[in-house]
Design a protein around this ligand. Sequence first.
Ligand code: FES
Length: 182
Amino acid sequence: MADTPVFEFSPAEIQEIQRHVAKYPESRSAVMPALWLAQEKFGWLSPEAMQLVATTLDLPYSHVYGVASFYTMYFKEKVPKHLIEVCTCFTCSVTGGPEMLDYVKEKIGADAKGIGKDGKIWCRAAECLGACDTAPVAQITNRRYVHNLTEEAVDELIERLNKDEEIPFSSIPLKNQANFES
Ligand code: FES
């Protein structure tokens, strides 16, 4: 039987949350970094994890749930460790984003919810990731972007994620570098 997580923050994690609380006039303003920390620790925001955040910040559960449910970056269901979010918004949609998402789904054997068959990677469509000049673009588990997505890049990405490897910064193509140097 899988271990049941103990829903508590360590002294170091509480200290980290207090560091955020100290930045604001009210503790409720620290709810987002506290939720983030809980998600990093437990993998997703179960009711127990959200209750822990509520108790730690002395807030009503409804407030914490309200914030968590507003943002897609907070996972309210148990999900695999790695997420590939492929942008299918306008610029990405005309440069192959939807096709890249289909390719990711096929490669990981995704079910209707985008969960890969080995339970290690999941995927979903994203709204504009703000990197339209290097479309199509994907974001990996709320962090690293992969620009100018190709099937070869997806192959490499999935291989690395399956090995829990760090995703390297995907370099800006040479034709665009001048834009960043001036
Ligand atoms: S439309 Fe895909 S990053 Fe903007």
